[in-house]
Design a protein around this ligand. Structure first.
Ligand code: ZN
Ligand code: ZN
Length: 168
């Protein structure tokens, strides 16, 4: 059950990879085969035996394709999180040893969520929608701290907050 959920989450994450990145990934894979299997034997005499060359070429092509798909993922994912997509895409391309990818997955912002009132994408830490002013997390009418919608009493000041939470 849990594994199925993880799988479907993984698939929905893959679905955000832009079509252009998928096309480039396929082209990259094919280019690797053409270079290693098609061109290299014509220019280089001292090549590994053919079965090895095929293996190197397939694995290398697959790795290249996966890297291109991951760059596409970072581009789309940073965009939907309200981050600088161009900057992060360039970082993951040019920072060596996958450090750009590691930095991205450590530093990426939480996903934006739609405002329940107007549908504007808002940060998960926002308390009010910047477009319509809707209170995204209700606050205690006594002490002003943000509380969960289903709280009956404020956990900070102890006053009953049901009415305040319901109206916001
Ligand atoms: Zn709104
Ligand atoms: Zn309170």
């Amino acid at each position: 059950m849990n594994q199925v959920q993880v799988k479907s989450h993984f698939r929905s994450e893959l679905a955000i990879i832009p079509a252009v990145a998928r096309v480039i990934a396929v082209l990259g894979f094919l280019l690797m085969q053409i270079c290693l299997l098609g061109l290299l034997p014509h220019f280089e005499r001292d090549i590994p035996p053919m079965p090895f060359l095929v293996l190197i070429s397939l694995v290398g092509g697959a790795v290249l394709a996966i890297i291109i798909l991951m760059i596409g993922y970072v581009n789309a994912d940073s965009k939907r999180r309200g981050m600088n997509a161009l900057l992060w895409t360039l970082l993951v391309i040019f920072v060596p040893k996958a450090l750009g990818f590691i930095a991205y997955f450590l530093l990426r912002k939480p996903l934006l969520i739609p405002c329940p009132n107007c549908g504007t994408e808002v940060g998960s830490d926002f308390r009010y929608c910047p477009k319509c002013g809707h209170a995204l997390t209700p606050s205690c009418s006594h002490c002003g701290r943000s509380i969960s919608r289903d709280y009956v009493c404020c956990p900070y000041c102890g006053k009953p907050v049901r009415a305040a939470a319901a109206t916001s």
